[in-house]
Ligand binder design. Structure first.
Ligand code: C2O
Ligand code: CU
Ligand code: CU
Length: 495
């Protein structure tokens, strides 16, 4: 796949010019933005959730200095407030819908009772609210939450209804990984800006096929983001919250860094990597050591180009000032620039061992279920069907280990995500070894075009109705989703 540096450069050039013009306005002297001569903006961070109701409402957010951008916020914040819960505690929240359309929130990767999981069926009308209350039993990790409203997930998540849901536990604390301001949650989302200060969600016909790809990656809703760091060790919690964009995360010189956690918690031990694939919905925690850089240096985390961009290539959309090419799936993109500004206050050490991991035994598998992905016009089908909110597509016996075999007979990437259980990747189409980003506990597994992937999954927490879908949110909203039901053979009335 060819990337198109010319278009990208002209986009950046334009947006920097716009920023410089705005910076001349006296109003901005009072804002955070005006204090730096650096191009771009320091990454912003949402507040921690304080237990008050999660109120989703339209809000004008100052994404660019001096401009109020209409978005959807939770408690006035985009990204949504960061929820932190300790393992063993209950998560208890009121969700209030003050939008002008239906809403339900889903706790992605958090195993919750079916009735509180954010099934699109459970969306509430404007002005209504609901309550969730359930125990957090799973390992410490970087999870997230986002809107999951039938047919509106892509739009609502894109416009801001998404945030971190971080689970902590004492075992993890004992490892003494970098903490405080050295433990950094970073939500990556590509946005379609056309170089303008505007964030409308206006998909075109083609976007049902490729997903809504943007021309610039924001971090925590910050355009052209940078982070000031010291010469120490950082724990970066990467969340790909893009609607459709897959990242291949690394540094320009492919210098190694350490992968310590995937979707659902720590790996057994840190793994040295140079690039990892990070698909929409997925998380990766990495340790990056800035001690080899000097004060004044900067380093840019980027998405390296990769093959298999499907039909996204060469797409043009009309911007305010004419036609502009959207970087296709697999194009090189800048993610985040680190500026090394200070000596480190302290030096954390890197633990050799992180967490216990008990792999499932494939000999225990009782059922193999196949999911074949095909294309029909602009839509992607799972096993020949589009989502029907009122149809149950399959029934899974409670507590039994299964293989879910995904066969991708399409030219697009599909990050597949079942609710209600975590997974372990078993094999990826004839690869001898799994890539590091497939190891440990996963809740979203990436299928490249033409690929077959097998995962192990066991639903042994709750019975009830869950959904299984592609986390390309345009695919999901256009019908790439299924309902399934977890039922116990032994005691059908257990809840
Ligand atoms: Cu993050 Cu059903 O989704
Ligand atoms: Cu989920
Ligand atoms: Cu898909």
């Amino acid at each position: 796949m060819k990337t198109n540096p010319m278009n990208r450069r002209s986009f950046l050039g334009r947006s920097i010019t716009a920023t410089a013009a705005l910076a001349a306005a006296p109003l901005l002297k009072t804002t955070l933005y005006a204090q730096s001569a650096r191009p771009g903006f320091p990454v912003r961070f949402p507040p921690d959730w304080n237990g008050s109701p999660l109120v989703a409402a339209p809000a004008g957010i100052e994404v660019w200095p001096g401009v109020s951008t209409p978005l959807l916020a939770i408690n006035g914040s985009v990204p949504a407030p960061t929820i932190r819960v300790r393992r063993g505690q209950r998560f208890h929240a009121h969700v209030r819908n003050q939008l002008s359309e239906n809403l339900v929130l889903h706790w992605h990767g958090i195993i919750s009772p079916a009735s509180m999981d954010g099934n699109p069926r459970d969306a509430v009308a404007p002005g209504h609210s609901y309550e969730v209350d359930f125990p957090i039993r799973q390992p410490a990790g970087t999870y997230w939450y986002h809107a999951h409203t039938d047919g509106l997930t892509a739009k609502q998540a894109y416009l801001g209804l998404a945030g971190f849901f971080i689970v902590e536990d004492p075992a993890e604390r004992r490892l003494r990984l970098p903490g405080g301001d050295h433990d950094v949650p970073l939500l990556f989302q590509d946005k379609r800006t056309h170089g303008e200060t505007n964030l409308a969600y206006e998909p075109e016909e083609m976007d049902a096929m490729t997903g809504f790809l943007g021309d610039a990656v924001f971090v925590n809703n910050t355009p052209q983001p940078w982070l000031s760091v010291d010469r120490g060790l950082y724990r970066l919690r990467l969340l790909n919250g893009s609607n459709a964009r897959v990242f291949r995360v690394g540094f320009p010189d492919e210098r190694p860094y350490l992968l310590i956690a995937n979707d659902a918690g720590l790996l057994p031990a840190p793994v040295e990597v140079t690039t990892i694939m990070l698909a929409p919905g997925q998380r990766a925690e990495i340790l990056v050591d800035f001690s080899s850089l000097k004060i004044g240096d900067s380093l840019t985390l980027m998405s390296h180009p990769f093959e298999g961009g499907g039909h996204g290539g060469g797409m043009t959309t009309a911007g305010m000032d004419g036609e502009m090419e959207m970087p296709p799936q697999g194009a090189e993109m800048e993610l985040l620039t680190f500026h090394v500004d200070r000596e480190a206050r302290e030096h954390s050490t890197i633990p050799q061992r992180l967490a216990h991991f008990h792999p499932y035994n494939p000999a225990d598998v009782r059922t193999t279920r196949q999911f074949v992905i095909t294309v029909d016009g602009m839509m992607h089908l799972i096993n020949g069907a589009l989502f029907d909110i009122n149809r149950n597509d399959f029934t899974v016996p409670f507590g039994e280990l299964e293989v879910w075999e995904y066969i991708n007979n399409s030219d697009e990437f599909h990050p597949m995500h079942p609710h209600g259980a975590l997974m372990q990747v078993l094999e990826r189409h004839g690869m001898d070894m799994l890539p590091p980003e497939d190891t440990g506990w996963k809740d979203t597994v990436l299928l490249a075009p033409g690929e077959t992937v097998r995962v192990l999954v066991r639903f042994d927490d709750y019975q009830g109705d869950y959904v299984h879908h592609c986390h390309n949110l345009e695919h999901e909203d256009s019908g790439m989703m299924q309902n399934f039901r977890v039922v116990s053979h032994r005691n059908p009335h257990r809840h």
